[in-house]
Design a protein around this ligand. Structure first.
Ligand code: SAH
Length: 237
């Protein structure tokens, strides 16, 4: 009991309502019970700025430090659902921010590797997740577009900032049959994309990067941009 029980069930109802409203676009009438349970368990009020705690359990994005945001809960649920996580999965997240999506992923998967460009956000998210008991998470500072090659391949990859193009390293680090969910800039605005990598056909001549990709646009969205690492910072990493 943490005093947010009513707000929690209110948010679950809001997520279910928006899922039904967007079902035609997303192809998803409702989200899995496991995903909804994770959304109900992760204490969102611990991830927002103290002044925003009264709004933590409403279905809206909120500002965090460094002009970034904590994503709208419906979008977190949708992206998590699209990843179709198995409890044994290893997941890569690009854009840790406050660590909220990280915690949802950590509830559903074996291990989460998360990369954040802003060193102070990475450090505070790591401390927060540790304090809240999410121990199956590794966070590092850097340009997430390059992925995390040492711990690849990943069963699932999620990007929580909007890219102009699909970062090739993230596709390369996805295992055959794996899923990549990311917002992309298109000529008409941002769209959430689901990319699935084909399974290995057993042909030794087929290189991992040659496996076919299935790409589907899921929904129009609004994310902060995926930024590039400054050259002088890159030299330090
Ligand atoms: N996942 C968060 C949302 C984070 S907002 C949530 O659960 O609410 C997007 C984050 O991506 C910001 O913290 C921003 O600093 C970070 N970001 C932007 N460009 C990046 C890059 N190239 N690599 C890693 N992180 C990046």
């Amino acid at each position: 009991m943490d005093g947010y029980e009513r707000e929690r069930s209110g948010l679950m109802a809001q997520i279910a309502a928006v899922a039904a409203e967007t079902a035609r676009a997303t192809g998803l009438r409702a989200f899995d019970a496991r995903v909804m349970a994770a959304m109900g368990t992760v204490p969102r009020h611990e991830f927002v700025l103290p002044a925003d705690r009264p709004f933590a359990w409403s279905n809206q994005p909120l500002p965090i430090r460094f002009s970034q945001t904590i994503s709208q809960p419906f979008i977190v649920a949708l992206m998590t659902q699209l990843l179709a996580l198995d409890p044994e999965d290893h997941v890569l997240e690009v854009g840790t921010g406050c660590g909220y999506q990280t915690a949802v992923l950590a509830t559903l998967a074996r291990h989460v590797y998360s990369i954040e460009l802003e060193p102070e956000l990475a450090a505070s998210a790591a401390a927060r997740l540790e304090r809240l008991g999410y121990h199956n998470v590794d966070i590092r500072t850097g340009d997430g577009a390059k992925g995390w090659p040492e711990t690849s391949p990943f069963d699932a990859v999620i990007v929580t900032a909007c890219a102009r193009e699909v970062p090739p390293a993230l596709v390369a680090q996805l295992r055959p049959g794996g899923r990549l969910v990311l917002p992309l800039t298109t000529p008409t605005g941002q769209e959430l994309m689901l990319i699935e990598k084909g399974r290995d056909d057993g042909d030794l001549e087929t290189k991992p990067n040659d496996l076919p990709l299935t790409v589907r646009s899921v929904l129009r969205v609004a994310f902060v941009p995926l930024r590039q690492q400054r050259e002088d910072d890159a030299l330090l990493n």
